[in-house]
Each structure stands twice: as C-alpha cells, then as structure tokens.
Design a protein around this ligand. Structure first.
Ligand code: MG
Length: 378
C-alpha cells in the first residue's frame, strides 16, 4: 500500500528519499519518515527536552513551555498546515520534533556562552548540534552511531549553517553552498517554529507577569484579535481572554501561511522536490502577515527577552556554562570517563566538553555547577 499516495507532486516521498547514511531495509509497515519520527521520539535527547527551556528556566514554574512542549506545538502546527498543502506530514513532524534536540541548557544564553567558549575550537551552533545528536551522539543501535535518519529529515534539522561547516558536512550542507532551498516540509517546519514560539512566549510572558496585556494592546496584531474576542464574548477577561486571543492569532498566521504558500506554489508550479530546491522559498507568509509577525517579534525582544528579570537569569546561565567549560578544559579528569580524551588535539577534548554541556538539562547544569564549585556538595 502506498502510504503517501495522497501527497502533492512537490511533496517529499519516502520512495524518492536520498536515503540513510547506512543502508537499511525499508520498514514494512511505515514510511521512511514515520520511522525517522519514531526514532526521534525514542531518543534520549528528545526526553531531555522536557527539562530544557527557551526563555524561562525549567524550575521557575510548572506552567511554562519547555522545549518538549514547544516541539510538540511546532509539530501540531506544521502538520495541520502540511495536510492542507498536501505535503508529507510524517516528514514535517519528524523535523519539528527534532529541530531543538541540540539546544544547550538555558536557551539562547547557554548557546551564546558555549559558542563563545568554543570560538578557538570550531564554535558551537545549535542547529549543527541537533544534527550531531541524530548523526553521532545517540547510542541506540548496534550497527551505527546516532539514529541514521533519512537525508530529508537531516536536511530539515540543519536550518542554518555557516559556510565552513557546510563544506565539512558534505551532502547535507551542499544547499548552503549552492544557495538552494530545502524541501517544502523543511521550510514549513521552520515557519511553524516561529508561529509557535511567538505565540507561546506571549502566553508565558503574560503568565509570568513580565509583560502585561496593556503593553500588548500597543501591538496591532494582538489588539485586533483581542478586540474580536471582546466582540464575540462581551465582558470576557483574564486567562480566558488571553487564550481566545492567542488561538485566533495562531489561526490567522496558519491560514495566511497556507494561502500565501499555495499562491507561491501555484505560480512556480514545481513538479517534484528537485524543482522545489531550485525555486525561491515557496512556504512564506503574505507581506502583510510578515509585517505583523515582525512587530510581534520586536515587541517580545524589547519587552520580554530583555526584561531585567530575564537578563538576571541569562547572566547566571552564561556564567554557569562558562565556568563548567573552563573547569572541564583545565581538568578533563573531572569529566565522566566517556568524555575524557586521552590523545589528540585539544579541539577533540573541547568538542567532547561541548557535547557534554550541550546535552545537559537546565537543572542538571545547575547541579553539576554546584557539585564542581561548592564544597560539601556531591
Ligand atoms: Mg524551536
């Protein structure tokens, strides 16, 4: 049975996949991309997403998003859009669930600090690390390191990449050198990520009290939908009003993305994935919606991501990552044996330390920091 018979000609298909790094027989009851998705869900890095955060640190409250719930929201948004565009839902789900696997503890603060520590050793990029997790770091299978995912899922995970890294990566990095596009599924997962985090950061921001609805009323896109909610439910307020507003915003963004992408796909009329790769990006918001989304992002940057209470957390997070890195590099014997490099250039040891730190959850990094620096902790 062809499980992908309903897909559009420009969708990715298992039968046309560029394959896995290590050949394996096709799965008898699933598509290749379903298998990728299943392997991601069973990975160790996926479970750790539960205790990693984006803006708030995991222990700050039980109601905030974690990277796990974020990834599930991204997958939900991406799949429902994919079905409308007749794209491959399994591929878009696999990419969405894996897109944050390489994130350090403490969100962007952790990633910047680790990149800084690694500047003499090849740097640290979280997209590249996500790929490294699925290609090399997961220890699940007898025949190979990593999860041995298809080219298409790996390509989707590698959202950005510097040119030197692209050259080093071979096939999966080639599109950055040739300036081509990835599959429509990869393009879609990327924008679904944006829809998810812009909206849930507003929700979490309000819940934390760091931003207020009065501030948000200054943002046109929010204000329009909040007004609609008031019309539909006179007198509504509190959490219920916020949720009604946010669900309308997510819906508006998704509908716009479907509509604008359909128009672009229609005018370029790609007949297969290769033609998708040669075309300009075809999954995109309309100009008006790009403008609205940008306004929302600017608001969050100015009012939430730079809020002094968030700055305090990011400053601590940077310090923890920097101090862990220096301590391990100065004394590799403090590392678990698997991470100690006994021979070779310091680059190798640095990469191991970076893998160790990047794999930590927020709370594990804090605990490890205490264990290393506080007398009386073990
Ligand atoms: Mg994300």
């Amino acid at each position: 049975m062809d499980l992908e018979a309903q897909l559009a000609p420009f969708a990715a298909r298992s039968a046309a996949s560029r394959g896995r790094r290590f050949d394996e027989p096709a799965p008898p009851t699933r598509t290749e991309f379903q298998r990728d998705r299943d392997r991601i869900i069973h990975s160790t890095a996926f479970r750790r997403l539960e205790y990693k955060t984006q803006v708030f640190v995991n222990h700050e409250g039980d109601l905030f998003r974690t990277r796990l719930t974020h990834s599930i929201e991204v997958a939900q948004i991406a799949r429902s859009i994919a079905r409308n565009l007749r794209l491959n839902e399994d591929l878009v789900e696999a990419i969405s669930l894996a897109h944050d696997l390489g994130h350090t503890p403490f969100g962007h603060a952790g990633q910047e600090a680790l990149n800084d520590c690694m500047k003499d050793f090849g740097g640290f990029e979280h997209n590249l690390q996500s790929l490294r997790v699925v290609d090399e770091l997961e220890e699940h299978y007898g025949a190979f390191d990593g999860l041995n995912l298809t080219f298409e899922t790996r390509e989707g995970i590698l959202k950005h990449c510097s040119l030197p890294n692209a050259r080093r990566l071979g096939d999966v990095g080639r599109r950055f050198i040739e300036k081509k596009q990835p599959s429509l599924e990869a393009q879609l997962a990327n924008l679904a990520d944006e829809i998810a985090y812009n909206n849930h950061d507003i929700d979490d921001g309000l819940r934390s009290g760091l931003i207020t609805t009065a501030q948000l009323d200054e943002v046109g896109f929010y204000a329009r939908h909040r007004h609609e909610v008031g019309q539909a439910f006179p007198g509504i307020n509190g959490r219920r009003a916020i949720h009604e507003t946010i669900r309308r915003m997510i819906n508006a963004l998704a509908m716009d993305l479907i509509q604008a992408s359909m128009e672009r796909i229609g005018s370029h009329a790609p007949q297969n994935v290769d033609e998708v790769r040669d075309a300009p990006p075809l999954i995109a918001f309309s100009e008006q919606m790009s403008h609205d989304a940008l306004q929302l992002k600017r608001f969050l940057r100015a009012n939430l991501y730079q809020h002094y209470q968030v700055n305090r957390m990011t400053s601590k997070a940077r310090r923890i990552v920097r101090e862990l890195f220096s301590a391990f590099m100065a004394e590799p014997r403090l590392l678990p044996p698997d991470y100690q490099v006994t021979e070779g250039a310091p680059q190798r040891q640095a990469r191991k330390v970076s893998d160790y730190i990047a794999g930590m959850t927020d709370r594990y990094a804090m605990r490890e920091h205490r264990r290393l620096f506080m007398v009386g902790e073990n």
